[in-house]
Design a protein around this ligand. Structure first.
Ligand SMILES: Nc1ncnc2c1ncn2[C@@H]1O[C@H](COP(=O)(O)OP(=O)(O)OP(=O)(O)O)[C@@H](O)[C@H]1O
Ligand SMILES: [Mg+2]
Length: 317
C-alpha cells in the first residue's frame, strides 16, 4: 500500500516569475515526508503541481507509471482518486454539517449507498476522534477539530497518497502534538504515502522519515530526517533550528553586508536529534529504522544527546 511519487527536473513559473526550478526527489511509498521552506518559496504550488491542479513548465511527476504533468485529463481524473488532500483551512462547506462534509467525496465520486457511506464516515470520524460531532457545522467547532474533520474527509476514499498543507497552522502546541501523533498513527494504519508542508519545526524534527527544504527557487536538500538534522549546510541548519544567523533574512536572502557582519559570529551547537514519534499502537512504521542508523551508516556523529527519549523539546534559538 502507498505509492511512490517520482519528481524529476520539475520547474514552475508564473509568467516571468520562476517559483522553483529543477526540483528532483523521490517520495518513497508509505513513508512520511515533510517539505519546509520560507513563506512564498512555492510549497503550496508544489503540492498543487503534484496533484495536477497546476501544470509545470517542464519536468515530470510520475505516479504508478503515469506522468501527472503530461497525461490526458481523463487519466488525471483517475489518478486523483489516489489522493487525499488536507487543505490549509480544512476547506469545509460552511453550511453543511460535519457528516455531510465528510460524506461529500463519497457522494461525488462513488456510487455507494447511504448505508455504506454511513459506515465509512463513522469509521473516519472514529479514526480522527470526532464521534459525536457529526451534526455540528464547521463554524461551531474549534480550529483543531476542523483540521481533524478535514483529515477525516481526506481519508474517505482510502487514499494511497495524503497531502497536508500546513495541518498544524493555527493550532496550539498541545493540539499540534496530538495532531502529529494522529498523523503518525494514521500512516502506520492506512500505510499511505504522506507529504506534509509545515512551518512547525518541532513537527519537522519528530514526525517524518524524510525532510525537504525549498529555498531560493530550488530544492536545497532532501533526504532522511537524520541527514538534515545533522547537516551543517548553512540554510538547512538555520531553518531546521529556527536561527537568525544564516543566509535567510526577514524578507528573502540576506545581502552581502549583512552576511559579512555575521562572519565571525559563533553558531550555537546543533541541538540533539529528537526521537521520531512512534505509532501509539506499538506497530512499527513501515519504514522504521533504529535511531541513529543513518548517521552510523554515513559516518556522521550526531549532535550530543541525540535520540534520548527524555530529551527536552527545545530547538535552539
Ligand atoms: N495561481 C497563481 N498565479 C500566480 N502566482 C501564483 C499562483 N499561485 C501561487 N503563486 C505565487 O507563487 C509563489 C509561491 O506561492 P506558494 O503559495 O506556493 O508559497 P508557499 O511556500 O506555500 O508559502 P506559505 O508558506 O506562505 O504558504 C508566490 O509568490 C505566489 O504569489
Ligand atoms: Mg502555502
Amino acid at each position: 500500500m502507498g505509492v511512490e511519487i517520482e519528481i524529476k527536473d520539475l520547474t514552475k513559473s508564473f509568467g516571468k516569475q520562476l517559483i522553483w526550478g529543477d526540483v528532483t526527489l523521490t517520495i518513497p511509498a508509505g513513508e512520511i515526508c515533510v517539505m519546509l521552506g520560507p513563506s512564498g518559496t512555492g510549497k503550496s504550488v508544489l503540492l498543487k503541481t503534484i496533484i495536477g491542479l497546476l501544470k509545470p513548465d517542464k519536468g515530470s511527476v510520475v505516479i504508478e507509471g503515469i506522468d501527472i504533468a503530461t497525461c490526458p485529463e481523463k487519466e488525471l481524473y483517475e489518478i486523483r482518486k489516489l489522493f487525499g488532500v488536507l487543505f490549509q483551512d480544512g476547506a469545509m462547506f460552511g453550511s453543511m454539517n460535519l457528516y455531510d462534509n465528510i460524506a461529500f467525496p463519497l457522494r461525488e465520486h462513488t456510487k455507494k449507498s447511504e448505508s455504506e457511506i454511513r459506515e465509512i464516515v463513522m469509521e473516519k470520524l472514529d479514526l480522527t476522534g470526532l464521534i459525536g460531532t457529526e451534526d455540528k457545522l464547521p463554524g461551531e467547532i474549534s480550529g483543531g477539530m476542523r483540521k481533524r474533520a478535514g483529515l477525516a474527509r481526506a481519508l474517505v476514499l482510502d487514499p494511497e497518497i495524503v497531502l497536508f498543507d500546513e495541518p498544524d497552522s493555527g493550532l496550539d502546541p498541545v493540539r499540534t502534538s496530538f495532531l502529529n501523533q494522529l498523523i503518525v498513527d494514521l500512516n502506520a494504519q492506512i500505510d499511505a504515502t504522506f507529504l506534509i508542508v509545515t512551518h512547525d519545526i518541532n513537527t519537522a524534527r519528530t514526525v517524518p522519515d524524510n525532510i525537504g527544504l525549498l529555498y531560493h527557487k530550488h530544492l536545497a536538500m532532501f533526504g532522511p530526517r537524520e541527514m538534515l538534522l545533522s547537516s551543517e549546510e548553512p540554510v538547512v541548519r538555520q531553518f531546521l533550528n529556527a536561527q537568525m544567523v544564516g543566509p535567510i533574512g526577514m524578507s528573502e536572502e540576506k545581502d552581502a553586508d549583512e552576511l559579512e557582519s555575521e562572519k565571525d559570529m559563533e553558531l550555537p551547537p546543533l541541538p540533539p536529534i529528537p526521537p521520531q514519534i512512534e505509532p501509539s499502537s506499538g506497530v512499527p512504521r513501515r519504514s522504521q529504522r533504529e535511531p541513529g542508523v543513518w548517521c552510523k551508516e554515513n559516518g556522521i556523529t550526531p549532535p550530543p544527546g541525540s535520540f534520548e527519549e527524555n530529551m527536552t523539546m527545545t530547538t535552539g534559538s
